[in-house]
Design a protein. Structure first.
Lengths: 519, 492
C-alpha cells in the first residue's frame, strides 16, 4: 500500500467525483462527498505515519513511476517530498472543511457541485505530488476547470466578470509556462523532475516564474484576486486563498528553485522587491478594505508576498519558514473565509459599516474569530509568529533591509486584523445585525474547530512542519539545490535572536528547526 | 486495345465500401417505401462507414510497407489508412447526428448517398499519389459537399451557403489545378515523388514557374482547409449549411485537406522546404490571428465555431510547418479528438436549433447544461477540448504540436500558438458561461412547450465524441504509436 499512497491520495477524490456524476445520488451527493473527503484526510494521516523524513535516497516518498507516452519521455511520476507533503496535507484538510461547509449550507445542484469539489481536491493534491513536469502542468491546469465552474455557477452577483478576469490572468501565466515546459522538456529529452538536471535559461525561468507569480499572486499580477475572492462562495474563496495559491509556492520551490538555480539567484532581488511591495501594499489595502472578504483577500496578497520572501531567501531557514507559513496561512484564511461566510449568512452583508457588536450574546463566534485573528496577526506564541520569524530570520542573512520591510508587514497585519475583529465583534450592533442572529451552530463549529485546532497544535509545535519541511539527508537533489553554499552565513544571525527572546521553549524549537543540515 | 494497369482493389476498399453504401442509399430513395426510407438509408450509410472503418483498419494492418498501386497513381500506406479511419469515424458520427435533423422526406436517401460518396472521395483523396488523383479526389468530395450544403432547399441560408461554397470552392479548385499545371510544366512529372526527383535532378529549385505552381497548390489546399487568408467562405457556409453537414465539413474536410497538404509538401517538394515552411507558418499565423480575433465578437454559435475551426486550421498548420516526424504525428493525433469534438459540438448546436426553432446564439444557450445535461455537459467538455485544457485530447494535441514546432527550432510559432490559445479562451469560455452560469429565467426565454425530443442517436454520437475526446488524453500512448507508424511513411 505504501507505494500506492500518492496515487490513492490523488485519485480517490476523482473516483468519488465520477461516482457522484455517474449515479443518480441526488441529495446524498453532499454526504458522500464529505465521506470521501474525510477518508482522504485519513489516508493523508496514514501516509504521515509512513512518511520518511530522513530519507537518504534522491527519490521522493511514495515514489511511483509509470511511462505514459514514451517518445517524449513523459511519465506518470508521483511522490512527495517533505515540503510538498505538508502542502498536500493542508489541501486535504481545507478541502474537507470546504466540502463540509458546502454540505451544511446546502448548495444547489449538489451532484455537480460536490463532484467538482472532489475533482478540485484531486487536481490540487496532484499538483503537490507530481514529479513530472507535464504531469504537474496538467494538474495545475486541471485546477482551473472546477474553479472556473465553481465560481461562475455558485458565486455572487458579479461572478461572471470575476471568472473572466481570473481565467484570463491565470491562463496567460500558465500558457507561458506550457511553452517553457515544452522547451525545457525537449531540451532535456525527459519531463521527469527527479532525473533532469538544472538549466540556466533565463527565459524558461521567467516562463515558470510568471505563471506562479500570477497564481500566488505577487504584486503587480494580483488584479484578479479581489473580485475572485469576493464573488466566489465562502468555501471556494477559502480553497482559493488557502490552497490554490500554495500551488505557486510549490512551483517556486520545486521548479524555479530546483531546476533554475542560476536564474533564481539572478532574479532574487527583483522578486524579493515585488514580494515586499505586495506585502506592504496588500496590508495597506486590507486596512482600507470596506468589508470582511476584502480584508482577507488583501491580507492573502500580503501573506503570499511574505511567503515568497521566505522562498527567495534561498536558505533553509527561509524555505522552512515559507512552508510553515504556507500551512498557517492556508488554515487561517480558510477559517476566516468560512467565518465570513457564517457572518454573511446571518447578516446578508460583509460591509463593516453595517456590521458590529456581534460579540454580544454570541460568545462562540466571538471566540473563534478572535482566536483566528490573533493567530493571524502573529502574536508571539502563535504558529504564524514562528513562520514569519523563520522567514525574516532567513531573509535577514541576505540583506537586513528585506527583513525590516517584512517586519513592517507584520505590524500592518496587526492593524488590519484588529480592525476586522473590532468592526465585526465590538462597537454598537450594526444596522444589518438582527437581534435574532444566532451564534455559531454546532455543525459550523464542527467544521471550524478542526481548522483552528490544527492552528493551535502548530502554535504549540511549529517545528513539526518547519523542522520536517526539508529532507535532512544531504544527498537528495532537492536538498542540494535548496541549500546553496552561501547559507552558512545565515547561522550567526540566529545567535543574538535566540538570546534576546523571552520565550525560551519555542525559540529552541524554532532554532532547532532552522538547524542547518550539512551539505 | 488499351492496356489497363492492375488494380489493387483491396487498397481502394475503404472508398469502394462507402461508394457501395451510397449506391444502395440512392436505390432505396427510389425503391423503398416512404416509412422505411429514413431508417433504411441511415442504416445502410452507417453500415458503409463501419465497413470503411473495418477496411481501413485492414489496409493499415496489411500494409506495413508503403507502396504505389494502380500505375503509381494511388498510394497504399498507413498514413492514408489513419486519415481514412478519421474520415470514416467522422462519417459514422455524422449519421447519428443527421438522423433526426429536419429534412424533407424526399431527400433523405440522396442525403445519405451524398454523405457516403463524399466520404468515399475523401478516403480516395488521402491516398492520392499524383496530381491527377489529387484533383480527382478533391473535386469528387467537393461536388458532394456543394450539394449537401444546399440540400435544405426550403432555407434561403442553405441555398446561399451552397452557392457560395460552389463559387469559392470552384475558384480554389481552379487555382489548385492551375498550380498543378505549372508544376507539371516545370518538372514534366505528375507523381509526387517524381516531382521531387525531377526537381533535384534538373536543379529546378530556383525555377519561378515551379515556385508559382507550388504557391498556387498551397493556396488551393488552404481554401479547402479554410486557412486564412483563404477562409472567407467558411463562416457563411458553415452557418448556412445544415448543421450536421457543417460538423462533417469541419471535421472531415479539414482532415483530408491538411493530411494531403502534409503528404504533398513533404513528398513532392522537399527541395523547396525553405519556401513552403515559411509560407505554411505564415498561413498558420494568419489563421490563428484572424480566426481567434473574429470569433471573439461572434454571438451566433455556429459562426463562432466556424471561426474557431479557422483557428484550429492554424494550429494544425503549425504541425505541417514544423516539417518533422513529430509534426506529422502531432497533426494526425490532433485530428482525432478535433474531428470528434467538432462533430459533437455542431451536433449539440443542431439539437438546440431544433428545440428552439431558431438560430442558436450565446444568449439562448442560457441554462442549457441544467436543462439537458446529457448534451450540455458534453458541450462543456468540447469547449474545454477546443481550448486545450487538460483531461481532453485537445490539450495533448496542442502539446504535441507545440513540441514539434519547438523541435524544429521554431519557438516563435510556439509563442504565437500560446497567444492564440489565450485569445481563444475568451470565446470558448463564453459558450460555457452561457450554458452554465446564466439562468434561463434571466433571459425570459419562453419554453417551446413540452419536453425536448429524445434523440437517442444524436445523444449517443455526442457521448461517443466525449469518449474520444477524453479517451485520447488518457490513452495517448496507443494513439501516438498509431500515428508514428503512419507518419514514418513520409520522407521526414
Amino acid at each position: 500500500v505504501t507505494a500506492w499512497l500518492a496515487t490513492i491520495l490523488i485519485f480517490l477524490p476523482l473516483a468519488g467525483a465520477l461516482f457522484i456524476w455517474a449515479l443518480p445520488v441526488g441529495r446524498l451527493a453532499g454526504s458522500f462527498a464529505l465521506l470521501v473527503a474525510l477518508v482522504e484526510v485519513g489516508f493523508w494521516i496514514n501516509a504521515l505515519t509512513r512518511m520518511d523524513f530522513d530519507r537518504s535516497s534522491s527519490t521522493p516518498n511514495f515514489d511511483q513511476q509509470t511511462t505514459w507516452f514514451s517518445d517524449l519521455g513523459v511519465s506518470y511520476h508521483v511522490g512527495f517530498y517533505a515540503f510538498s507533503f505538508w502542502l498536500a496535507g493542508l489541501a486535504v484538510v481545507v478541502m474537507a472543511s470546504a466540502i463540509a461547509y458546502g454540505y451544511w449550507v446546502g448548495r444547489e445542484r449538489p451532484r455537480a457541485y460536490f463532484g467538482l469539489m472532489l475533482f478540485l481536491t484531486s487536481a490540487v493534491v496532484g499538483v503537490f505530488a507530481s514529479q513530472d513536469l507535464l504531469l504537474f502542468y496538467i494538474f495545475f491546469e486541471a485546477m482551473m476547470i472546477p474553479l472556473y465552474v465553481l465560481i461562475g455557477v455558485w458565486g455572487g452577483p458579479g461572478r461572471l466578470g470575476a471568472t473572466v478576469k481570473f481565467v484570463i490572468y491565470t491562463m496567460a501565466g500558465s500558457l507561458l509556462m506550457l511553452a517553457a515546459v515544452i522547451v525545457f522538456g525537449l531540451s532535456k529529452d525527459s519531463f521527469d523532475l527527479v532525473d533532469t538536471g538544472p538549466s540556466n535559461s533565463t527565459w524558461l525561468f521567467l516562463g515558470f516564474a510568471v505563471a506562479f507569480a500570477v497564481k500566488a499572486p505577487l504584486f503587480p499580477l494580483h488584479g484578479w484576486l479581489p473580485d475572485a475572492y469576493r464573488e466566489s462562495s465562502p468555501e471556494v474563496a477559502a480553497v482559493l486563498s488557502g490552497v490554490i495559491s500554495k500551488a505557486a509556492i510549490f512551483g517556486f520551490i520545486r521548479i524555479c528553485f530546483g531546476k533554475f538555480p542560476g536564474p533564481f539567484d539572478d532574479f532574487r532581488n527583483v522578486i524579493l522587491a515585488l514580494a515586499v511591495v505586495g506585502l506592504v501594499y496588500g496590508s495597506l489595502l486590507a486596512f482600507r478594505a470596506p468589508d470582511i472578504r476584502g480584508v482577507i483577500a488583501y491580507s492573502s496578497l500580503a501573506q503570499m508576498g511574505l511567503i515568497t520572501i521566505g522562498v527567495f531567501a534561498e536558505n533553509s531557514a527561509g524555505v522552512s519558514g515559507a512552508v510553515l507559513q504556507s500551512v498557517n496561512h492556508g488554515l487561517i484564511s480558510a477559517t476566516l473565509f468560512l467565518l465570513a461566510g457564517a457572518i454573511e449568512r446571518r447578516t446578508s452583508t460583509g460591509l463593516f459599516s453595517r456590521l458590529g457588536g456581534m460579540a454580544r450574546g454570541r460568545p462562540v463566534l466571538a471566540t473563534m474569530l478572535m482566536t483566528t485573528g490573533i493567530i493571524a496577526l502573529a502574536v508571539p506564541g502563535s504558529s504564524a509568529f514562528a513562520g514569519e520569524f523563520l522567514i525574516l530570520a532567513g531573509v535577514f542573512s541576505s540583506g537586513w533591509g528585506w527583513a525590516v520591510a517584512g517586519a513592517t508587514g507584520i505590524v500592518l497585519a496587526a492593524m488590519y486584523m484588529l480592525r476586522l475583529i473590532s468592526a465585526v465583534l465590538h462597537r454598537e450592533p450594526g444596522p444589518a445585525v438582527p437581534e435574532a442572529a444566532l451564534d455559531l451552530r454546532p455543525a459550523e463549529l464542527g467544521i471550524l474547530v478542526p481548522l483552528v485546532g490544527c492552528l493551535l497544535a502548530l502554535s504549540v509545535w511549529p517545528a513539526a512542519i518547519s523542522g520536517n519541511s526539508l529532507e535532512r539527508s544531504a544527498d537528495t537533489p532537492v536538498l542540494e539545490e535548496l541549500v546553496p553554499p552561501a547559507q552558512d552565513e545565515a547561522t550567526p544571525s540566529f545567535a543574538p535572536v535566540e538570546s534576546s527572546t523571552d520565550n525560551g521553549r519555542r525559540i529552541v524549537i524554532i532554532v532547532g528547526a532552522a538547524e542547518q543540515p550539512t551539505p | 486495345m488499351i492496356e489497363t494497369p492492375s488494380v489493387d482493389w483491396f487498397a481502394l476498399s475503404p472508398s469502394l465500401v462507402a461508394l457501395g453504401a451510397a449506391a444502395i442509399c440512392l436505390l432505396s430513395a427510389v425503391l423503398a417505401p416512404r416509412w422505411l426510407l429514413r431508417p433504411f438509408a441511415a442504416f445502410v450509410c452507417a453500415l458503409g462507414f463501419v465497413g470503411g472503418l473495418v477496411m481501413a483498419s485492414l489496409v493499415y494492418w496489411k500494409s506495413p510497407d508503403a507502396q504505389l498501386i494502380v500505375a503509381d497513381a494511388v498510394s497504399r500506406d498507413r498514413f492514408a489508412a489513419v486519415a481514412q479511419l478519421i474520415v470514416m469515424g467522422s462519417g459514422l458520427l455524422t449519421v447519428g447526428v443527421s438522423y433526426s435533423a429536419r429534412m424533407r422526406e424526399d431527400h433523405v436517401g440522396e442525403y445519405y448517398a451524398l454523405l457516403a460518396t463524399a466520404a468515399a472521395g475523401m478516403a480516395f483523396l488521402v491516398q492520392a499519389a499524383n496530381l491527377m488523383t489529387l484533383f480527382l479526389g478533391l473535386e469528387w468530395f467537393s461536388v458532394c459537399l456543394y450539394i449537401l450544403c444546399a440540400i435544405e432547399i426550403d432555407l434561403v441560408g442553405s441555398l446561399e451557403a451552397g452557392l457560395k461554397y460552389l463559387i469559392i470552392g470552384g475558384m480554389g479548385s481552379a487555382v489548385l489545378l492551375f498550380g498543378s499545371a505549372l508544376v507539371y510544366g516545370s518538372t514534366g512529372e505528375l507523381g509526387f515523388s517524381e516531382i521531387a526527383d525531377a526537381t533535384a535532378a534538373n536543379d529546378l529549385t530556383g525555377d519561378p514557374i515551379l515556385l508559382v505552381g507550388l504557391a498556387m497548390i498551397i493556396a488551393g489546399l488552404a481554401f479547402k482547409a479554410s486557412a486564412a487568408p483563404f477562409h472567407m467562405w467558411t463562416p457563411d457556409v458553415y452557418e448556412g449549411a445544415p448543421t450536421p453537414v457543417t460538423g462533417f465539413m469541419a471535421a472531415a474536410t479539414k482532415t483530408v485537406a491538411l493530411v494531403l497538404a502534409l503528404r504533398l509538401l513533404t513528398v513532392a517538394f522537399p527541395e523547396k522546404e525553405d519556401v513552403w515552411t515559411i509560407a505554411i507558418a505564415f498561413l498558420a499565423c494568419a489563421s490563428l490571428a484572424w480566426g481567434n480575433l473574429a470569433a471573439l465578437v461572434q454571438t451566433r454559435v455556429k459562426r463562432l465555431l466556424a471561426y474557431s475551426s479557422i483557428s484550429h486550421a492554424g494550429f494544425m498548420l503549425i504541425a505541417v510547418a514544423a516539417h518533422n516526424l513529430l509534426g506529422a504525428r502531432a497533426l494526425l493525433y490532433y485530428l482525432i479528438p478535433y474531428a470528434a469534438i467538432s462533430i459533437g459540438a455542431f451536433a449539440v448546436v443542431a439539437a438546440r436549433e431544433r428545440e428552439l426553432g431558431e438560430t442558436v446564439t450565446l444568449d439562448n444557450l442560457a441554462g442549457f447544461v441544467w436543462e439537458r445535461p446529457l448534451l450540455g455537459w458534453p458541450m462543456v467538455t468540447f469547449m474545454f477540448g477546443f481550448a486545450g485544457f487538460p483531461l481532453t485530447g485537445g490539450f495533448m494535441g496542442k502539446f504535441l504540436i507545440f513540441s514539434a514546432a519547438s523541435e524544429a527550432d521554431q519557438n516563435w510559432l510556439v509563442l504565437v500558438g500560446v497567444a492564440a490559445t489565450l485569445l481563444s479562451l475568451y470565446y470558448y469560455l463564453a459558450v460555457i458561461r452561457a450554458m452554465l452560469m446564466r439562468p434561463a429565467a434571466e433571459l425570459g426565454l419562453a419554453p417551446i412547450g413540452g419536453s425536448p425530443p429524445r434523440e437517442v442517436l444524436l445523444t449517443s454520437a455526442v457521448l461517443a465524441a466525449v469518449v474520444v475526446n477524453i479517451g485520447a488524453f488518457f490513452a495517448i500512448q496507443p494513439l501516438v504509436d498509431l500515428t508514428r507508424t503512419a507518419a514514418e511513411v513520409l520522407p521526414l
